[in-house]
Every structure is written in C-alpha cells, then in structure tokens.
Design a protein around this ligand. Structure first.
Ligand code: PFF
Length: 450
C-alpha cells in the first residue's frame, strides 16, 4: 500500500535537527545538569554522562526516530502498526499520556519563567530584594501563576497550530540559534567576572572518587530526560523526517548540541554564582532565587537577568512544543481531528490539568504525596516511574517485536557516516534493557527507601 502522502515533512534536515534539539534542550540542561555534574565529580561525571549518551541515549534516540519514520505515525500508531494484534498499542498510549502530563507542569514552570522575564524588565533585580520571599510570594498567589501558565500554553498552542513547517520548524530556526547566542553571551560575562574560577572548579574539577553506582544512575536518568527519550517527541518528529535523510548523522547533531548546551550552561551559571559569593544549587531554587540574587549584585545585572529568563523561557517553549505535538499528532492520526481543533482542544486540557500543580503552592499546599508538593509529584511519577517503563518497552519492542534487523535497516537507510551494526544489536537487545531496569529499581529504592 502506498504511504499516506499528506503527512507534513521537515523542509530540510536542519529543520529536523533544530526542532529536535529544541525538544532536547530545556530546563534539564540549564537548571539540572550543571548542578548534578558539580556535586557528582565534575568532569569525571561529565565523562560518565557522555558514555551514557553514547551507549544508551544515542542508540535509543535513533531507534525512536526510526520507529516514527518507518511508520509515519504518532507513538500509538507506530507501536500498533509494527506489532501484530496491536497489543503494543498501550505502550504508545502510555507515551502520549506521559507527554501530556509532563507538559502540564512544564508549562507551569515556563509561566514562572515568563513572569520573571517581565519582572526583570519592569522592576529590575535590586540588591535589596529578598529573593526567596519574592519567589515564594509569586508562586503562592492563586491567579498570577495560573495566568502566566495560560500565556505560556497559548504561545505553545499558536506555534503547534501553525503546523510542522510553518510552526515548529520556523520557530525552532529562530529560537534555537537565538538561545545559543544568549547562552554564549551569558557564559562570557560569567567567566570574566573576578572570582569566576571557583565556579569553574566546582563545575569541572574532576573527582573520580565521587563515581559510584548512584552517579551512574544519575547520569543515565539525566541523559534520558535531557534527550527527550521515552516521551514521544523523537518518534513524532521522526515521523516527519524524509526517507532521504540519514538518521544516525542527524540525531548525532542533536545529541551533540544538547550536551554542548548543558556544558555551556554550567559555565554560564556557576562562575557567576561563586563570584558573587552564593552557594550552588539546582532547580527552581537556582533559577528563581539564587540567580536573580546573583544578577542583583552584578554590574548590568538586570540586563543579564533578562537574558537569562529569555533563555530559560525559550528553552522551555521549544521543549513544550514537542510535547504538545506528541499529543496533537496522536489525535490527528488516530481520531481524525484537524490540527487546529487538536492543538486548541488539547492545549486547553493541558492548561486545566496543570492548574492543580500551580495551586500546590497556595490553596492546595496541604496536598502532599510522599512529602512532595503537587508539581514535584507530577514530576516524580512521570520521570521516575513512567519514563523508564516507556524507555524499557521501546528498547524491547525495537529489539524483539519489530526486530532489530528491521530497526537497523530503517536506521541505516540511506547510508550516512555512521552505520549501525552488531554493536547496536548487542546494546539494544541486552545492555539498554538491563541499564534501564537498573535505573528504574534504583529510583524506586531511593524514593521508597526499601
Ligand atoms: N529534554 C527536556 C529538558 O532537558 O528539559 C525535557 C523534555 C522535553 C523531556 C520534551 C521530554 C520531552 F518530550
């Protein structure tokens, strides 16, 4: 049967690379990676992280892109059409569901970032502010964070509604080079402050004694999250990749760009943090409390603060686009909706489901799950529980159901600089499933303290 001809495609391989890099480069690169590296042995951790990418992340990325391109479908359709009896459909369903839930809280954080971008212009970052109070004051309001979450979702919807070429590709081509330039500017400013070397040492000084099983687990988990593995964007964006483009080379650019951005982010953040006499941390505390305080002490700080929050917002937006596209592609392919109705309908639903996560700091602050607020609960369930399961199933599916020979055939056609062979077969059939089981068990032990 002839392939459906009406599926949109990237206009060029650069379109695919930038859009997929947009999905990969996100909050994970900016506020998680640098700190995890800093406390886990600096450059020693980075080496382990790169090994995790080469041996697990990159082969899985190529596998997911191949699944999408082979089937020309969203995750549900992709799993269903390559398995007889369609029993694997549920894995695709789980992937779409996880994308939906991740987007619902990712957008809340995107909203905080937009709010801080505006604050940096309106009030600036003054040294006299108490930044901890400013942040808790912001998120513990009822309406303001909901409105910013709504604005963030509207931006995401508008881009996705415009389609693969005129929305995702067009905006990725503008936003991703912009993000890179802003990040470089910030890194140069940060590294030229006096006292910057302490921050560089925190981030990069190798300490091999810190490398344990826990470090390896942290490296693999971070690689999964950072490369958007197991959540559908790679399958979905792969389904828009032309059969004329080679998979390993193009995906290699994406993995390389993602890692480069994570390393430069460390060089943009920690030298400034140490130079201004603050302590390193990660996550929301770093982005919304420590860094604004750091900027408030720097000459030109409000300007650099503005740049930082533009950067954070852009990183969050291009990742959010890919998550919404996963769900939209599913509903277009499987339920026959048009793109407009799908983007707006799903976007509104995501907005509504995200509301409890914003209210977890105000009216719902008493609702806790294992001691975590609602936003952290969404994050924990999706990233620590569902994501390794979808990653594991994807590897098993490609290796044993679709069959590794067919996966390799798709990956290797047309031929590029890198060809997958028996080493890939060994990784996808044996090493990757074992490694993913390992991180899943470690994550659970860590949380539930078995
Ligand atoms: N890779 C993104 C980050 O590092 O922040 C997070 C993410 C985006 C995960 C999109 C999954 C996804 F589908």
């Amino acid at each position: 049967m002839e392939e459906k001809q009406n599926r949109e495609q990237w206009g060029s391989k650069i379109g695919f690379i930038l859009a997929t890099a947009g999905s990969a480069v996100g909050l994970g690169n900016i506020w998680r990676f640098p700190y995890i590296a800093g406390v886990n042995g600096g450059a020693a951790f980075i080496l382990i992280y790169i090994a995790a990418i080469l041996l697990i992340g990159y082969p899985l990325m190529c596998t997911e892109v191949a699944l999408g391109r082979r089937t020309q479908k969203n995750p549900v359709g992709a799993f269903a059409s390559l398995s007889k009896g369609k029993s694997w459909r549920f894995v695709g369903g789980l992937i779409v569901l996880v994308a939906f839930f991740i987007l619902s809280y990712y957008s809340v954080i995107g909203g905080w970032s937009l709010a801080y971008m505006t604050k940096s212009v309106i009030g600036g970052f003054k040294p006299t502010f108490n930044y901890e109070e400013l942040f808790t004051g912001h998120i513990s309001q009822v309406w303001e964070p909901i409105i910013w979450h709504g604005i963030f979702m509207i931006l995401t919807i508008v881009i996705i509604e415009s389609g693969v070429l005129n929305g995702i590709q067009k905006w990725s081509k503008i936003l991703m080079p912009g993000l890179f330039i802003l990040l470089l500017a910030l890194a140069i400013r940060s590294m030229t402050l006096s006292g910057a070397s302490e921050g560089i040492a925190f981030f990069l000084k190798p300490d091999f004694s810190k490398i344990t099983f826990g470090t390896i687990q942290a490296a693999i988990s971070q690689a999964f999250y950072s490369l958007s593995i197991g959540m559908g964007p790679l399958i979905t964006y792969g389904s828009y990749l032309s059969k004329k483009d080679n998979i390993p080379d193009n995906v290699g650019w994406v993995a390389g760009a993602d890692t480069t951005v994570a390393i430069i982010a460390g060089l943009a953040i920690f030298p400034a943090v140490f130079a201004m006499g603050y302590k390193p941390n990660a996550g929301a505390g770093l982005a919304f409390i420590t860094l604004p305080a750091v900027f408030s002490q720097m000459a030109g700080g409000s300007f650099f603060g503005f740049i930082f929050f533009v950067l954070l917002s852009v990183a969050a937006l291009t990742s959010a686009m890919s998550l919404l596209e996963v769900v939209v592609a599913w509903i277009i392919d499987e339920k026959g909706w048009n793109r407009r109705k799908a983007s707006i309908g799903i976007g509104i639903l995501v907005f509504i489901v995200g509301i409890p996560a914003t209210l977890g700091y105000s009216v719902l602050s008493d609702v806790k799950f294992l001691g975590m607020d609602l936003l952290d609960t969404y994050d924990f369930i999706t990233n620590n529980i569902v994501l390794p399961i979808t990653g594991l199933f994807t590897a098993i599916f490609a290796a044993y159901i679709w069959k590794v020979e067919y996966a390799m055939e798709e990956i290797n056609t047309p031929k590029g600089k890198i060809t997958f062979g028996s080493f890939y077969r060994f990784l996808i059939m044996v090493i990757i499933p074992i490694a993913v089981c390992f991180i899943m068990i470690m994550n659970l032990i860590e949380k539930f303290g078995a």
